[in-house]
Every structure is written in structure tokens, then in C-alpha cells.
Ligand binder design. Structure first.
Ligand SMILES: [Zn+2]
Length: 337
């Protein structure tokens, strides 16, 4: 099968590799789509992916073969590559593993979804609801990250909230907040295409942090108080500090995105308001179940995030990863192997 193999820092090669063979309790999945995640781009950019590995964890596809012990799946089932509940953690492999790392569809770091096929243990994938199109289902993994972040936050129905960064995660956090009954949702995003997607998805107002004073504007819009909760889905240099300054006394900043560089903080600007900073990472099977329910009910809109020109082939993998290293006109690129 074809796969995009890591061959050094900022280098992917399209190679012929052996098609994986499912073990007795595994399923073989023919991958239809795999989203290019910001974390893949960061691993590519900073040389953090193992030489010879295949990245990609936001994939969906069809079960094409099942091991002899598999009871949950049959050929033709549409699945997304994560969200299943791992069996009781008994072995040493599971003892120290992060629960979320078991649920996001990494079989092992060696084999990801930038390939034509992948095997997973039968407990790992989730069924795609019948009325959910493949183009929406490919957002299930990042959406589980968004649901996890919102569920970890102190957000309550009726609250105003800010989302910094309208990349895939930010736009999904925005949609989850909306589904969860947010009042005003303010978004901060410098890239025009991403800002436009935030508007289409119902943001109350979208700020361009390059030309507008986001913190002052937010504070003014909230009667001088600040918002109860802000989500940092940008991991840009100034966003964490901005988030801490724009939340109200006792408010909360949920850090969803990871910055791979030092982030400057000036604590005197926010410690006096006793704000809280909290991290969200990965997702649980409960988050995935919530995502699939939201999708089934039509509360997630994939179209502004994945327009028709978002789908790429293997031949565009290298150039697409390079492009995504800096903000781009695209929001979410998707490999169709
Ligand atoms: Zn991801």
C-alpha cells in the first residue's frame, strides 16, 4: 500500500509499504479520509516524528477485513479510527498509558492514517452514524478534543465565551459551545479565511488581533467585566496572556493548543483577578460519544471548515504540510489516499 512515511525533519516520502495484516482481534480499515492535524504539522515542522513512522490520527474509513475473534464489526462498516473504550487495563502497556492516548486511534506511533490501510484492535474504532457524511465524520477526532476542552471548563449554559484561534480546533470549540447553549461567542483570528468560517458558524463577532485591541474590546463588550471563560486554541505567542487578561475575576482560560515556543506572560496583569488557567488534552470515549451524537443531530457543520478544495492526494502531502506550517487560506486539509 501507499503511505506518507517520515524521512527526517520536514520530509515526507510517499512509499510502498506492506499492507498491515489484522491479528485475530483486529480489523483492517481501508482509509477514506485523514485530516492533517496541527499536531502532525508540528511534529513535521520540529522533527518530532520518528524516522520511518507514518503520522495521521484523524481518519475514517471502512472495515474491509476482520480477524477471526472479531465480533463487533463486519466488512463494510463505516468507522472513525478512535473513541472506543479500551479493555480493562491489565497489562503493563496500559498501566502508565494516558487514557486519551489509547482512545485516539494510535495503534502505535509507527502506523498512522496517512496510508491506504490501517489495522486497529476491534475495541478502538467508533461507528459513524448513518446520517453523518464522511466529510463530517473526519472531524470526529478534533471535535472530541473540543468537547473534552469544553467539558473540562467551567463554561455554563448562557455564558459568553471567547475562542482564540479559528483553526479546526477553535472552530469546533466554537460549535460545541454553541450546541452547549453559549450566549455570545467571540472569536479572535488573524487569517481571513478562518475568520470568515467563524462568522459562517455563528460567531457573535470575530476580531482581527493584528489590527484590533482584542482584550479591550472584549472587556468593553462585557460591561467592563470580561468573559467567564476563554479558550486558547491558537497557541500563538500573545494569546495566553490575552486570554488571562480578558476573563472576568475568577474566570478561566482553557489551554487547548500547545505552543512549541516560549510564551511570554506578564502575571501582574491578571493575578489580581484570581483567574484560573487549565489545560485540556486528548479525549475520552465519553467525549467521542458526545461528538457522534452532536453530528447525528446536525449540530456540527463541517462545510465552512472543509470546502471542496480541501481534499488532497499523496502527491500533495509534502507541499501541504509545508504550507500548514504558517497560517494559510485553508482551514482543514484532508488526505484522500
Ligand atoms: Zn489531531
Amino acid at each position: 500500500m501507499k503511505a506518507a512515511v517520515v524521512r527526517g525533519k520536514q520530509r515526507l516520502e510517499i512509499e510502498d509499504v506492506p499492507t498491515p495484516v489484522p491479528g485475530p482481534s483486529d480489523v483492517l480499515i481501508k482509509i477514506k479520509y485523514n485530516g492533517l492535524c496541527g499536531s502532525d504539522v508540528h511534529r513535521f515542522q520540529y522533527g518530532a516524528a520518528e524516522e520511518g513512522s507514518i503520522m495521521g490520527h484523524e481518519y475514517i474509513g471502512e472495515v474491509v477485513q476482520t480477524g477471526q475473534n472479531v465480533t463487533l464489526w463486519k466488512e463494510g462498516d463505516r468507522v472513525v479510527g478512535g473513541g472506543g473504550r479500551p479493555p480493562e487495563p491489565t497489562g503493563s502497556v496500559f498501566r502508565n498509558a494516558r487514557y486519551s492516548a489509547q482512545s485516539v486511534g494510535f495503534k502505535s506511533p509507527k502506523w498512522g492514517g496517512f496510508a491506504e490501510f490501517i489495522t486497529l484492535p476491534e475495541w478502538a474504532p467508533s461507528r459513524i452514524p448513518e446520517n453523518v457524511p464522511d466529510e463530517m465524520a473526519v472531524l470526529a477526532e478534533p471535535c472530541a478534543i473540543a468537547v473534552h476542552a469544553v467539558r473540562r471548563s467551567d463554561f455554563r449554559v448562557g455564558d459568553d465565551a471567547v475562542v482564540m484561534g479559528a483553526g479546526p480546533i477553535g472552530l469546533l470549540v466554537q460549535q460545541v459551545l454553541k450546541a452547549g447553549g453559549a450566549n455570545n461567542i467571540y472569536v479572535s483570528e488573524p487569517a481571513p479565511a478562518r475568520a470568515e468560517a467563524a462568522v459562517k458558524l455563528g460567531a457573535t463577532r470575530v476580531f482581527d488581533p493584528a489590527s484590533e485591541k482584542v482584550v479591550e474590546e472584549i472587556v468593553e463588550l462585557t460591561g467592563g467585566l470580561g468573559v467567564p471563560v476563554a479558550f486558547d486554541a491558537a497557541a500563538a505567542k500573545p494569546t495566553l496572556q490575552q486570554g488571562l487578561e480578558m476573563v472576568q475575576r475568577g474566570g478561566q482560560v482553557l489551554v487547548v493548543s500547545m505552543a512549541w515556543v516560549d510564551v511570554p506572560l506578564l502575571t501582574v496583569e491578571w493575578i489580581g483577578r484570581e483567574v484560573e488557567m487549565k489545560a485540556a488534552y486528548g479525549s475520552t470515549p465519553e467525549d467521542w460519544a458526545t461528538v457522534l451524537t452532536l453530528m447525528e443531530r446536525g449540530q456540527i457543520d463541517h462545510k465552512p471548515m472543509i470546502p471542496d478544495d480541501s481534499f488532497i492526494g499523496f502527491d500533495q502531502m509534502q507541499s501541504s504540510m509545508e504550507r500548514l506550517m504558517s497560517p494559510d487560506e485553508h482551514i482543514q486539509l484532508v488526505l484522500a489516499p
